[in-house]
Design a protein around this ligand. Structure first.
Ligand code: ATP
Length: 432
């Protein structure tokens, strides 16, 4: 299996992910997505949005603000409960989250730990020029609350009937005690969340539905089945308001870890917001003529963790024969940052002209790259390493019959295709 070091090194070498503020020595656990990383991240977000909003009649989108009225966090329970226990090592001074330790001693040097104290994970800042208590606001630690507080706005303006969902993608911030494992746990990250509102009593059905939907999304985008598993939370682990919670876990280089959580949150959130805001957040059910607060199922995924899982799953250091090997990312074409490389076989004027024509045409549809430098074999390998699924080569036969070769990244086999057939050929393999 690929190591995290190999992934980090590929990401830096090929422009997927850089350390934040690197020229100043970086900033702990903060990362910047480079030209290829941002394309891949956008693809993941778009594919999530397509599956969960565009293709579903019962889910609509939202983009709420990161800063919210502090009362939101009082109502949600984050101000009092969103805290982890931490302790310091008396010997090496390292800090640990004590609920993640198997023994109550420093995992690094075995030293004795201080007594555990609770630490709230929300980032605090001030709104406006005066830095006093009344100006305190928080960076949201999840996107979900922006959805709950807009429940009525969305339900009424979109005239939605239960069951229906609201989806949101956006940045969240948590002052994690022990960030790490590259982009797996950071203090600034992106979430893709759905709050799916249902009639109480149908919640278990919908919980199962969303678990199936979300797992099949990862499968469809090429994640290997043996690297995904489901873990149900034990009663002792469940948040006090949740009826059930299931984690979709992925086999990351450091072991099985959470990729996404899917919780049955009952009517906890809307009830609390009703209580704290004094607004009536009940739903009127036309069929039963009853008013009630809906239950909610919450599939909550991390963009960065998904991206890491897709990279880990796709990475292969492949031995081709005795003297030859290549690094290849077997990314699903829909996720790959660059869809095709376009190459003139040689740097000859007629070939270059034709290849550029194809490139200029394809770039209206996808991110593609034109490359004329180095041997054709080297150019293919460069694209293999960034997961480009197709290599399109213009050769002398192209000038005679308007056909090109299209090389498949995984099999390395080539087919000849008429120039006018390039787009439908790629489309069929890229679109999901
Ligand atoms: P963990 O137990 O790993 O801290 P969590 O259970 O607190 O995660 P949730 O609150 O369920 O996480 O958040 C939903 C999703 O958001 C997670 O499954 C993960 O993909 C993502 N996520 C949460 N915290 C982070 C983080 N610090 N860095 C990157 N992604 C995160």
């Amino acid at each position: 299996m690929v190591t995290m070091d190999e992934i980090v090194s590929l990401c830096k070498r090929r422009g997927f992910i850089f350390q934040s503020s690197e020229i100043y020595g970086g900033l702990n656990s903060c990362w910047d997505y480079g030209p290829l990383g941002v394309e891949m991240k956008n693809n993941i977000k778009r594919l999530w949005w397509k599956a969960n909003v565009q293709l579903r009649d019962d889910v609509v989108g939202l983009d709420s603000s990161i800063l919210m009225n502090p009362k939101v966090w009082e109502a949600s329970g984050h101000l009092t409960n969103f805290a982890d226990p931490m302790a310091d090592c008396k010997v090496c001074k390292k800090r640990w989250r004590t609920d993640q330790l198997s023994e109550y001693k420093c995992p690094e040097c075995g030293g004795e730990l201080t007594e555990a104290r609770m630490f709230n994970l929300m980032f605090k800042t001030f709104m406006g020029p005066v830095e006093d208590e009344s100006a305190v606001v928080y960076l949201r630690p999840e996107t979900a609350q922006g959805i709950f507080v807009n429940f009525l706005n969305v339900q009424q303006t979109m005239r939605k009937k239960l069951p229906f969902g609201i989806a949101q993608i956006g940045k969240s911030f948590r002052n994690e005690v022990t960030p790490g494992n590259f982009i797996f746990r950071t203090r600034e990250f992106e979430q893709m969340e759905i709050e799916y509102f249902v009639k109480p009593g149908t919640d278990e059905y919908w919980h199962k539905h969303w678990i199936e939907q979300r797992i099949s999304w990862y499968y469809k985008l090429g994640i290997r089945k043996e690297n995904i598993r489901i873990r149900e939370h034990g009663k002792d682990e469940l948040a006090h308001y949740a009826k059930a919670c299931v984690d979709i876990e992925y086999l990351f280089p450091m072991g099985w870890s959470e990729l996404e959580g899917i919780a049955n949150r009952t009517d906890f959130d809307l009830s609390r917001h009703q209580e704290y805001s004094g607004q009536n957040l009940t739903y009127f059910d036309d069929e039963t003529k009853q008013r009630y607060i809906p239950y909610v199922i919450e599939p909550s995924a991390g963009v960065d963790r998904s991206l890491l899982a897709f990279l880990v799953d796709a990475y292969e250091n492949q031995k081709i024969d005795e003297n030859d090997s290549r690094i290849v990312l077997h990314l699903h074409p829909a996720i790959a940052p660059v869809k095709a490389g376009i190459f003139p076989l040689l740097k000859k004027e007629e070939l270059v002209k034709k290849a550029k024509e194809i490139y200029n045409n394809l770039k209206y549809k996808w991110i593609v790259q034109y490359d004329e430098s180095g041997s054709i074999g080297k150019r293919y390998r460069r694209q293999d390493e960034i997961g480009t699924p197709f290599g399109i080569t213009v050769d002398y036969q192209t000038l005679e019959d308007n056909t090109v070769t299209i090389r498949d990244r995984d099999t390395m086999e080539q087919v000849r295709v008429h120039i006018e057939e390039i787009i439908p050929y790629l489309e069929e393999k890229i679109e999901v």
